[in-house]
Design a binder for this molecule. Structure first.
Ligand code: FAD
Length: 530
């Protein structure tokens, strides 16, 4: 007699694993099916160059929900977050900006550039903390649907409205501006130093097809501000062993709770009978039955690939087809023989232990976007780099280093040629760009991995290589993610749920979608658990 599960989770990325862990802890019989040989999806560590462990896609962590770390006891399963101290922004002509987690030190650094900005930085930091305090509880909430008559939704909306009403006027204005403005325009209101505005506004474009002057990018800036490590607001960190170690810790928690996890088990179809999900069919032809299916992959794969269109309402399918991916990012991972040496701040100092951001001016970033708008990768891209081996020596052989470079813009849709033809040129552009600031780079590279948005799509399944399973633009957030009317992890098919980054509250190594979907599936979200 074939085994029957309570729930099959499609995809062993970190959200699928969180979903499985919570369901298994509630005594459900759970099976996770992961296409690749390794768990983690976009949060994965792989030894691409012998001896060097790359966080192949995502590279830093901040948004992982504290309640998940607690509930699943992740430190006991191997999770260890190491601090990432600040952001170093080199510029040509010997200039630089180096912000650290120590507020007083950063203030002194800003004074070097502008006394006014140093003062404004205090006010700005307080305002952002107030914004994060307002928005943060929403991350842990199953989104209420304002069109539904469900009293639980009304209660949540009323409590949100009340919280907004009691905000000081200044915070109300800031919040509306953050929801509507561009990152650069928002920052223009606070600061005058261009390199400061440039490097700060770059958080507003990560994972989107927006420029720093495009309305909507200020919200993405806030999204990246909302993280915390050990209770410290907006700090970012490395996971010891790479981001794959986060997924492995969650996987271990899920297994301990009783979940079964199969790798190299690609799903080809979701079985639907009489409007209800009944299990899946693997690419091998194997059929597995379950009472429910929870999909952690994006709506494109879930609804347009795994399910026959006749099983879904036409209007819903139209909305799914309209859902925006617009991948815009690439990644270059380098194995290095030594540390890069930056002309503007030479030597192996503490400035190499945080993020290193190639975002020297607002004009530089906007020009990088101009090329992407017309279907070309940026010839001088925005690059966000980290050297995890300085903080976590386990990822490289002694004396050697890993340089992880997140790159924008790399538009999924090129105006001419294919990504397979352009991969080499793209990788060279990134290395040339960094070399303008750290001229020794080319001489110390001993191995490299260049990932275009097409490679990201091929390896992780993320449609168009969008790092968040769909853009974090306002029309695709909260009760509109992924589709208006279907934001509560449910779908038009009974017993088919969604639990990945394409659902509220979106992408990043957060785990919130996986957890909230589990609460909804278990019927616990209305009982104050979300
Ligand atoms: C280049 C890049 C850099 C990033 N940097 C950061 C960062 O530094 N910090 C951060 O917080 N976030 C970052 N992100 C975003 C973050 O990594 C993702 O939003 C998050 O990991 C997505 O998790 P998920 O579980 O929702 O989906 P995924 O990780 O996409 O997981 C889905 C899983 O489903 C599997 N799958 C696909 N098709 C099938 C199938 N047919 N059958 C079975 N399984 C299937 C995939 O292999 C994958 O394991 C980055 C992402 C990328 C791509």
């Amino acid at each position: 007699m074939p085994k029957k599960y309570d729930v099959i989770v499609i995809g062993g990325g970190h959200n699928g694993l969180v979903n499985a862990a919570y369901l298994a802890r509630a005594r459900k019989k759970v099976l996770v099916l992961e296409r690749r040989h390794v768990l983690g999806g976009a949060a994965v560590t792989e030894e691409i160059v012998p001896g060097f462990k790359f966080s192949v896609f995502s590279y830093v962590v901040s948004l992982l929900r504290p309640e998940i770390i607690r509930d699943l006891d992740l430190p006991r399963h191997g999770l260890e977050i190491l601090p990432l101290d600040g952001t170093f922004t080199p510029a040509i002509e010997g200039k630089h900006l180096w912000r650290v987690n120590d507020h007083a030190k950063t203030r002194r650094e800003l004074e070097r550039h502008s006394k006014l900005d140093a003062e404004a930085y205090d006010e700005f930091s307080q305002a952002m903390v107030a914004m994060c305090r307002f928005v943060k509880p929403i991350l842990a909430m199953v989104p209420p649907d304002p069109t539904s008559l469900d009293p639980r939704g009304f209660k949540k909306l009323a409590s949100l409205a009340k919280r907004f009403q009691v905000l000081p006027a200044e915070d109300k204005y800031n919040l509306v501006q953050l929801m509507t403005m561009s990152a650069a325009d928002f920052l223009d209101q606070w600061f005058e130093t261009d390199i400061l505005k440039a490097t700060m506004s770059s958080s507003g474009i990560i994972g989107t097809f927006l420029g720093i002057r495009s309305p909507g990018s200020a919200y993405v800036l806030l999204h990246h501000y909302m993280g915390e490590i050990d209770g410290a607001f907006r700090s970012w960190g490395f996971s010891r062993g790479g981001t794959g170690a986060i997924s492995n810790a969650i996987g271990a928690a899920a297994r301990e709770a009783g979940a079964e996890i199969r790798t190299e088990a690609p799903v080809a179809r979701i079985l639907v009978k009489d409007g209800s999900a009944r299990g899946v069919v693997l690419e091998s032809g194997e059929e597995i039955q379950a009472s429910s299916v929870s999909s952690s992959v994006d709506p494109n794969l879930t609804f347009l690939k795994f399910i026959e269109s006749r099983e879904l309402p036409g209007e819903f399918l139209d909305e799914v087809r309209r859902y925006k991916f617009r991948g815009s990012s690439g990644k270059v991972n380098l194995a290095l023989d030594a540390l890069p040496d930056f002309t503007c701040l030479p030597g192996p100092g503490h400035h190499l232990r945080g993020a290193i951001s190639i975002s020297p001016s607002t004009e530089y970033l906007e020009r990088a976007y101009d090329q992407a708008k017309y279907g070309e990768f940026s010839r001088r891209p925005y690059v966000d780099m980290v050297i995890p081996s300085l903080t976590d020596p386990s990822v490289a052989p002694p004396g050697k280093h890993v340089l992880s470079c997140f790159v924008q813009y790399a538009p999924y849709k090129l105006s001419s040629g294919t990504w397979d033809e352009q991969r080499e040129a793209f990788g060279n552009t990134v290395i040339d760009t960094i070399s303008e600031y750290a001229p020794n780079l080319k001489n110390i590279i001993i191995g490299k991995q260049v990932l275009t948005p097409l490679d990201i799509e091929r390896q992780t399944g993320l449609t168009e290589g969008n790092i968040f399973q769909g853009e974090l633009s306002l029309e695709q957030l909260f009760f509109l993610r992924p589709v208006a009317g279907w934001a509560r992890y449910r779908t038009p098919i009974r017993n088919l749920f969604m639990c990945g980054s394409a659902t509220h509250p979106g992408g990043g190594i957060m785990g919130a979608p996986g957890r909230l979907a589990a609460l909804e599936m278990l019927g616990e979200s209305g009982r104050g658990k979300d």
